[in-house]
Design a protein around this ligand. Structure first.
Ligand code: SF4
Length: 230
């Protein structure tokens, strides 16, 4: 498999980032088991001039952890990249591998936690420890004015990374939160297989999030700093 380089390489953690001992130990185990997999902090994917940034939770074992590209290789990617394509934010064909010809235009995908956590559950300390990388990436995207958080953990880390306050920004599907500098965060239920199979998240519900993001992009409210924090 040929792995894709990051569009914002200066913001990425080192390949052997040592900060989370539990995740490092898990990473070492998996590297021995699957030497052809990426199994390292997952790079951002997409357009460095993006106006829209999607923030995922953490790599899945057979998804981003294996392929090295966010939300690629597992069930969630199909809906995410179909939806981005429908909104004119992606071209090419998603084939669940970094070797496909998928490209994002005006959008980028980054993770709140960059290494695979056991049972897909990072600890609060691991989320906190990885946040400086999320902060660095959001800061390195000067044109990103709208953020979409996939799931509650990504929401919480995104609010903190963008300088917001959690008591004022409660998670809810399609909930919108204005950050202190005027950027807007929209929440979505995660596009995981579980959420799709149980009907918690339908295709229409997911598309509504990105349709709202697209509408906001055109809206003067996005430029009005006097509304920040409301
Ligand atoms: S999760 Fe983040 S901080 Fe922790 S080891 Fe991986 S890259 Fe480093």
């Amino acid at each position: 498999m040929i792995f894709a380089p990051s569009p914002i390489p200066e913001t990425e953690p080192p390949f052997d980032c040592p900060r989370c001992p539990r995740l490092v130990a898990f990473r070492e185990e998996l590297r021995a088991e699957h030497p052809g997999w990426w199994t390292a902090p997952v790079n951002a994917f997409g357009d460095p001039d993006a106006w829209l940034a999607v923030i995922g939770l953490a790599p899945g074992k057979h998804g981003a952890n294996r392929t090295g590209r966010p939300v690629t290789g597992d069930y969630a990617g199909q809906l995410l990249f179909d939806t981005l394509g429908k909104c004119g934010l992606a071209s090419g064909t998603y084939a669940a591998t970094p070797e496909d010809d998928l490209q994002l235009h005006g959008a980028i995908v980054i993770n709140a936690v960059k290494c695979l956590p056991p049972a897909n559950k990072p600890t609060p300390e691991e989320i906190r420890t990885c946040r400086p990388f999320l902060e660095g990436q959001t800061a390195a995207l000067p044109n990103a004015r709208v953020f979409v958080a996939l799931g509650q953990i990504a929401h919480q880390s995104a609010v903190k990374a963008l300088g917001g306050r959690l008591p004022k920004a409660r998670f809810g599907h399609l909930a919108e939160h204005r950050m202190p500098d005027g950027r807007i965060l929209i929440d979505s239920y995660h596009c995981s297989r579980y959420n799709q199979n149980t009907g918690r998240l339908t295709r229409a519900m997911f598309e509504a999030v990105f349709e709202r993001a697209t509408a906001l992009r055109q809206s003067p409210v996005l430029q009005d700093a006097s509304l920040a924090g409301t």
